[in-house]
Design a protein around this ligand. Structure first.
Ligand SMILES: Cc1cc2nc3c(=O)[nH]c(=O)nc-3n(C[C@H](O)[C@H](O)[C@H](O)COP(=O)(O)O)c2cc1C
Length: 175
């Protein structure tokens, strides 16, 4: 699947129109992600308002305006919906990854801007979006186009694969 290998974190966005249809589609892919006990603890805040996007950039604390995009999606966890505590961080990851791969496949770039686990960022984001106390903002995902190709070091590292046991005699024999 090409999109998995082509996805990159975009930090130099070109602002392009992002349709409601695309946003809806991306959230649909997130809601189809595997999640612990099928608890589906997600909430998605779609942000298009320029002032709110700017506030989210300031929250992230970077010089770059990563939210200089047509739309960002803030992924949150609704703690009141949790049936199985201790899994919701993973539930966030599966949902976000689906959206990022799907966005890449549609020709868009994304970035994972951290909110969780930084207490200060959580509080500021809750304030910006007027979230209830039990809704925890986890990350912000701007959606746009990358100005240029993003270079990245090789990520496939053979020595990080282990067969049957940490020290694999079988594999050592092959070397
Ligand atoms: C949990 C998590 C938090 C991240 N937080 C940030 C962030 O706050 N700012 C940022 O620029 N990138 C952030 N990233 C993106 C990573 O830096 C990026 O995925 C990594 O460098 C690999 O590059 P790639 O996404 O292009 O493959 C985060 C990624 C994850 C999964």
């Amino acid at each position: 699947m090409k999109a998995i290998f082509e996805r990159r974190s975009v930090r130099d966005f070109v602002k392009v129109p992002v349709s409601d249809k695309l946003i809806h589609y991306l959230i649909k892919t997130a809601m189809n992600a595997p999640n612990a006990g099928h608890q589906r603890p997600w909430e998605f805040v779609v942000v298009r308002d320029e002032k709110v996007l700017k506030s989210l950039s300031e929250m992230a604390g970077y010089e770059n305006d990563y939210n200089n995009v047509d739309a960002s999606i803030v992924v949150c966890i609704n703690k009141s919906r949790l049936q199985w505590d201790g899994y919701w961080q993973m539930d966030t990851g599966t949902a976000v990854e689906n959206m990022m791969i799907a966005a890449t496949n549609e020709g868009y770039g994304t970035l994972w801007l951290e909110v969780f686990p930084v207490e200060e960022k959580i509080t500021i984001t809750q304030e910006i979006l007027s979230l209830p106390d039990d809704v925890i903002p986890m990350m912000v995902m701007p959606i746009g186009k990358s100005r240029s190709d993003v270079e990245r070091e090789p990520v496939f590292i053979d020595s990080q694969i282990h067969y049957n046991q940490w020290e694999s005699k079988l594999q050592d024999d092959k070397k």
